[in-house]
Design a binder for this molecule. Structure first.
Ligand code: RM4
Ligand code: MN
Length: 385
């Protein structure tokens, strides 16, 4: 028990700056009260999540949504709030130039512009002390014959190599894949295999990031996790959950059992501790629920799944597996999943000097009332609300 608590205490989940701003579907962005008007206020909200959970000490930035004049100053502001800057997320999907793709665009001028943006993101890593660049490309084609699939792979490889060469010591990039959307026929990085192949060719500073919402329904995500971890190529997660496509709902909300299975493979593969270098990030939008509590709940969901994964009796499991005891092995696994870990986590929080119930503590803190009153006017940068 003590061991498990020590591991949980050291867990580190990163929240995304864009979760704190207004967001929506392509049908409607619903504005909420008190949303941040600039990146500084997003960091203040993220600091609340850390203050109440104790395990969310970094915040991912999205450029240009979080563009500021002085990134070192933003990083200083974060430190003063008790958090740090995490991954820098590039954005080459919201400019008219990118209609036919960014780094895979048939037009060399657009490719140059996109790659320059990625290089600018590495400059921002230098200024903020961030060690991780996250690359997601919306690139792809909608119609058969629209562009040459193979040439687009060549262009992608060329751009990735340029960015890779620009990375300094202690810096890496994570390549994200997504099955479809916004491209509907052929996406240029559609799956983990494509991302993995590009990363292997580039070297150790290139790893794959698994966004849990970016797969076809029914995909065995934990298998992908086990495989990548075994190969030293699992750079991190973008956690969220989905019922249909890339729904970006709260992680653990749609399928807590899947989250448990994923976290079990992380634990099994030695990927949980900081030395493993796996980034546990959230990539979510809170369209109809309040945002800060949405993040708190999500962090708690990952924590609960992790605690259950740590509770799997590995000796008993190995013995049952070796004996070919199918039902016995499955029972060991399910016993851990069916354990109520909430009392254990409440206890852990109290030992960490936190309130046992982060949701209640946040609600009582008065923070929401304060930001709702203070944050009047201004404009927020994000999904376009
Ligand atoms: C993309 C992708 C990226 C995230 C953006 C907001 O679908 O998941 O990771 O940065 O959304
Ligand atoms: Mn993502």
């Amino acid at each position: 028990m003590t061991d498990i608590k020590a591991v949980l205490r050291a867990q580190h989940i990163e929240t995304p700056s864009w979760a704190y701003g207004n967001s929506g579907t392509r049908f409607k962005v619903f504005a909420q009260q008190g949303v941040p008007r600039d990146p500084y206020e997003k960091l203040a909200d993220a600091a609340q999540v850390h203050a109440h959970t104790g395990i969310a000490p970094t915040v991912a930035l999205h450029i240009p949504w979080d563009k500021v004049d002085d990134y070192a100053d933003l990083a200083r502001h974060a430190r003063e709030l008790g958090v740090g800057i995490g991954a820098i997320n590039s954005n080459v999907f919201q400019d008219d130039d990118y209609m036919l793709g960014s780094v895979t665009n048939p037009d060399a001028r657009v490719r140059r512009k996109a790659t320059d943006h990625l290089l600018e993101c590495v400059d921002i890593m230098d200024a903020t002390g961030s060690g991780t660049l996250k690359l997601w490309f919306s690139d792809g084609i909608n119609y058969p014959g629209q562009d040459d699939i193979r040439a687009r792979q060549d262009r992608l490889a060329e751009s990735l190599a340029e960015v890779y060469d620009r990375l300094g010591d202690g810096q890496r990039f994570l390549l994200e894949y997504k099955l479809f959307e916004p491209a509907f026929y052929a996406t240029d990085v559609p799956d983990w295999g494509t991302a993995y192949a590009h990363c292997v060719r580039l070297g150790p500073k290139a790893q794959v990031v698994v966004d849990t919402g970016h797969h076809a329904p029914g995909t065995n995500i934990e298998f992908i996790v086990a495989f990548l971890l075994r190969e030293g190529k699992l750079g991190g997660f973008d956690f969220n959950s989905r019922f249909y496509a890339d729904d970006d709902l709260m992680v653990g909300a749609a399928d807590p059992f899947q989250l448990f299975r994923i976290m079990y493979e992380v634990v099994r593969g030695g990927g949980l501790g900081p030395e493993a270098g796996v980034a546990f990030m959230l990539d979510q939008c809170h369209n109809i629920e309040p945002k800060i509590p949405g993040q708190i709940r999500s962090v708690m969901n990952v924590q609960e799944a992790t605690a259950k994964a740590l509770l799997v009796d590995r000796d008993a499991l190995t013995a049952a597996q070796a004996a070919g005891d199918v039902l016995g092995a499955n029972a060991v696994f399910m016993d851990a999943f069916n354990t109520d870990v909430r009392p254990l986590l409440a206890e852990l929080r109290e030992e960490m000097g936190l309130a046992p119930d982060p949701m209640a503590a946040y609600a009582k803190s008065g923070y929401f009332e304060k930001i709702a009153a203070e944050r009047i006017g201004g404009q927020q940068a994000g999904w376009g609300a």
